[in-house]
Write a protein that binds this ligand. Structure first.
Ligand code: PLP
Length: 401
């Protein structure tokens, strides 16, 4: 059966048929502890009752309506999302939304939308020639031709050129280079991940993000955070950029936004909220009621200070437990443990893929991020006991290999 798929993925030898909480079950009924959340998608774990209820309820009412019309579920979701992203003003007792959202279906599509906003914002205000989008070396923004252009990793580019022009790169954490790269005569936007998920980078420093925000504000360059992987509570704040106290002009989300149903979103704050006008952009499934109903279920749980504090606590527990793994054969590099909340990474001394394979055999699902880096993105509903259970398996694999 697998032969029917294009050969785009290196799949591990397991076939899943159901899930419950933090566990997945293969077709033979074998149970696996999931430290991956489908790469940050199943943020509430598998078969969460709130998601099941949302799917049942919405599917009995309306599955899809075109964007010729409005839909009550989608309107409610959009308002909740914009507020959760902090894009509102308080006027006395009332909250007034100050940002707007475009809903789509994936992270790449959300980043495409962000690039279009940046290009049009700059063109309308400053005219031709100010269209460059600066991105970071090591970044990952998607697999379409334009989002590959924004992706600062050559291994994804091979064989697919020519790419969309007007992108350039600056090294991770280099404030002087960023200052030079953000030329106000040619640059429309700076796009970055607060934590680089696919390349397993360390969280950006506060100093760097503050400098970026300062340059962007001073030069009227849009500051765009790609929070497709690190957003939606994963790091213990609703948006990872909120840890740094900066106000983004544009934010993109996807992955966990609807807990497992495909959806993406590009949000724009006050400055860029009205850049896209009728006919400028669109997506057949964007704002799909079923996805929005699931999005509401996710937001009602995740966009809550107490819940987010719980993610921080679990993340700290996970990181401390990781530091305590005392491995004999394969070492976890002490200073290579990094991340925030439930988005953690660590460097090891052998290819990560071999550890993933061994962990799979021992009923633990893990991710890699680069050749010798393990990545942990467990569901937010994980318990400390389940963290211990998974790390015991990892410990024994690292000791045996
Ligand atoms: N941006 C980031 C930071 C990502 O991690 C990813 C996917 O891993 C994407 C964009 C692309 O998202 P999608 O695969 O939904 O297009």
């Amino acid at each position: 059966m697998q032969d029917c798929f294009m050969n785009t993925y290196h799949r591990l030898p397991v076939t899943f048929s159901k899930g419950k909480g933090v566990y997945l079950f293969d077709t033979a009924g074998k149970k696996y502890l999931d430290f991956t959340s489908g790469i940050a998608v199943n943020c509430l774990g598998h078969n969460h009752p709130a998601l099941l209820a949302a799917i049942k309820n919405q599917s009995e009412k309306l599955l899809h309506v075109s964007n010729y019309y409005q839909c009550d579920t989608s309107l409610l979701f959009a308002e909740k999302l914009v507020k959760a992203a902090g894009m509102y003003r308080i006027d006395g007792e009332r909250q007034h939304v100050s940002g707007k959202v475009f809903l789509c279906n994936s992270g790449a599509e959300a980043n495409e939308g962000a690039c279009k906003i940046a290009r049009k914002y700059s063109l309308k205000k400053y005219g031709e020639g100010r269209h460059t989008i600066v991105a970071l070396a090591g970044s990952f923004h998607g697999r379409t031709i334009t989002t590959l252009s924004a992706t600062g990793q050559d291994r994804f580019h091979k064989d697919f050129g020519p790419f969309t022009e007007g992108f350039c790169f600056t090294p991770h954490g280099d404030i002087d280079d960023l200052d030079r790269a953000l030329d106000k005569k040619t640059v429309a936007a700076f796009i970055l991940e607060a934590i680089q998920g696919e390349s397993g980078g360390a969280p950006q420093s506060g100093e760097y993000i503050k400098a970026a925000a300062h340059f962007c504000k001073e030069r009227d360059i849009l500051l765009m955070f790609d929070e497709v992987q690190c957003g939606l509570g994963r790091t213990g704040a609703f948006l990872a950029c909120q840890h740094y106290g900066v106000t983004p002009d544009v934010v993109t989300l996807a992955k966990g936004i609807a807990g497992g149903i495909p959806m993406g979103a590009v949000l724009a704050g006050e400055k860029a909220a009205d850049v896209l006008q009728t006919g400028d952009h669109g997506s057949t499934f964007g704002g799909n009621p079923l996805a929005c109903a699931c999005g509401i279920a996710v937001l009602d749980i995740v966009a809550n200070d107490k819940f987010l504090a719980g993610i921080t606590e679990l993340g700290n527990y996970f990181m401390e437990a990781l530091k305590k793994l005392n491995n004999k054969k394969i070492k976890i590099q002490d200073n290579g443990i990094r991340g925030k909340g439930l988005m953690l990474m660590c460097d090891i001394t052998v290819p990560a893929w071999s550890v993933l394979e061994q962990c799979l055999k021992n009923n633990l699902l893990l991710l890699s991020a680069g050749e010798k880096t393990l990545r942990f993105l467990p569901p937010y509903i994980i318990t400390k006991n389940e963290i211990d259970e998974g790390l015991q398996i990892l410990d024994s694999v690292l000791n045996k290999s």
